[in-house]
Design a binder for this molecule. Structure first.
Ligand code: T4K
Length: 390
């Protein structure tokens, strides 16, 4: 397929896909089971405010992850905000710049300065050395992200936190059903924050949760997500509205049952990508650690020399084919308008390099293996031949 006659939509050929192929297509479990739960919910006339489906969902998640408490929240961002406030973080908190903007926003939104640290270029996870360099007298905590579902360097970060009296929590938005040294993500640090957004491996439409082994922290967060109510007419804490609705829990319970099939479909697709991308010059897949449990949800690669096209050019080529690959998390939080005025206190050179080269490719159960081969045909041709030829 790598001839000069290889048709490309960017040069006027019809696109390879009639319909857009997305990164982050929602995974949905058994439709009739979901609808049966929705029917029962409508019959009960209990739609939100700690309903029976949310309670069941919390118990299932806690059991699944081997953690004492799951506090279900309306989305991952509000879950981060509630966790940050319940932990009493103030001043400065160290976060990676290489993350979805929500990690930084959840701090800045409550007057806390996100201090951006660099990543390890192979794992894309927070670099402990960089965290250490970013610590100041104003630092109160660290939020590490298990980027793409690969666990952060938890032990090294815990050592730094202990030595400097900092609190440590994790943004585990990508890491449902992933492990660190054989133990499921969910009970590390003071707490871990999950996202069940539609685009995640496991979704509740919108949704999130904080999971923790800390009883007091869990109690505080339960108050905070419901305006601080401790019973009828009795407000004992400041709070917000962070409640998960019953329809979300219905989706969550249904999708949790199907999760093993999603993960298996992801793993098969990851293997196909791995094989096909292996011999394309300049394309390097970010691989999963086979000694751990992974959800294989994200297909992440870098595009670099000797590829004949750069990352941005490859994105344009793919988009013309209706393959909507993404540049997550370009340009890095520190370069977004809201944070660009803050002078970074440590070098972000790996973040910069990765941001310029990274591409996230479509995957998931709704994408066929044939589809992946078509996507890889386009990538292989473009990176080997470039666009110079007719
Ligand atoms: N921390 C980290 C590390 C995160 O990655 C995220 C979220 C959070 C915290 C915050 O958690 P939440 O508050 O979201 O629970 C998307 C998601 O909205 C966001 O949840 C996710 N990370 C982020 C990585 O990706 P956008 O702005 O890129 O979304 P959008 O609208 O471009 O959609 C992404 C793709 O998914 C598109 O190609 C279309 C497709 N899609 C999307 C939806 C909603 C569908 O096919 N169907 C759908 O229903 O942020």
């Amino acid at each position: 397929t790598t001839t000069n006659r290889f048709p490309l939509a960017i040069r006027g050929a019809p696109p390879r896909f009639q319909e857009p192929v997305h990164v982050g297509r929602p995974n949905t479990g058994d439709r009739s089971a979901f609808l049966a739960r929705i029917d029962a919910m409508l019959d009960r006339k209990w739609l939100t405010n700690n309903g029976p489906l949310v309670q069941e969902f919390e118990q299932r998640i806690a059991a699944d992850l081997g953690v004492r408490h799951c506090v279900a929240i309306c989305n991952g961002t509000i879950a981060l905000e509630i966790a940050i406030r319940a932990m009493g973080l103030t001043g400065e908190v160290i976060v990676p710049s290489w993350t979805f903007i929500a990690t930084a926003h959840s701090l800045a939104w409550q007057g806390i300065t996100p201090v951006f640290a660099d990543i390890d270029p192979t794992t894309h996870n927070l670099s402990p050395a960089s965290v250490l360099a970013a610590v100041t007298p104003r630092t109160t905590g660290i939020i590490a992200v298990h980027t793409w579902g690969r666990a952060a360097d938890i032990n090294a970060l815990a050592d730094i936190a202990n030595e400097h009296g900092l609190q440590l929590m994790f943004d585990a938005a990508h890491a449902y059903r992933c492990t660190y040294q054989g133990k499921r993500i969910g009970s590390f640090g003071a707490c871990e924050v999950l996202s069940f957004h539609a685009t995640k491996v496991f979704n509740t439409l919108e949704g999130g949760a904080v999971v923790t082994n800390d009883d007091t922290l869990a109690d505080t967060m339960r108050l905070m997500r419901n305006f601080g109510f401790a019973g009828y007419d009795n407000v004992v804490h400041h709070g917000t509205n962070g409640k998960m609705v019953e329809a979300s829990a219905a989706m969550g319970l249904t999708n949790l049952e199907a999760l093993p099939s999603f993960v298996e479909a992801n793993r098969i697709r990851y293997e196909v990508y791995r094989e096909r991308l292996a011999d394309i010059p300049g394309v390097t897949l970010v691989t999963y650690d086979e000694h751990e449990e992974n959800n294989y949800h994200y297909i992440v690669a870098s595009v670099d020399e000797p590829s004949r096209v750069g990352r941005d050019e490859l994105i344009d080529i793919l988009h013309a084919e209706n393959i909507l690959a993404r540049k997550y998390f370009w340009p890095g939080c520190h370069r977004m308008k809201t944070y660009a005025d803050i002078e970074p206190t440590v070098s972000l050179e790996h973040t910069e390099r990765v941001a310029a080269r990274n591409i996230v490719l479509p995957s998931g159960p709704s994408l066929t293996l044939d589809g992946i081969h078509l996507i890889c045909d386009v990538i292989a041709f473009s990176c080997k031949q470039g666009l110079a030829q007719p």
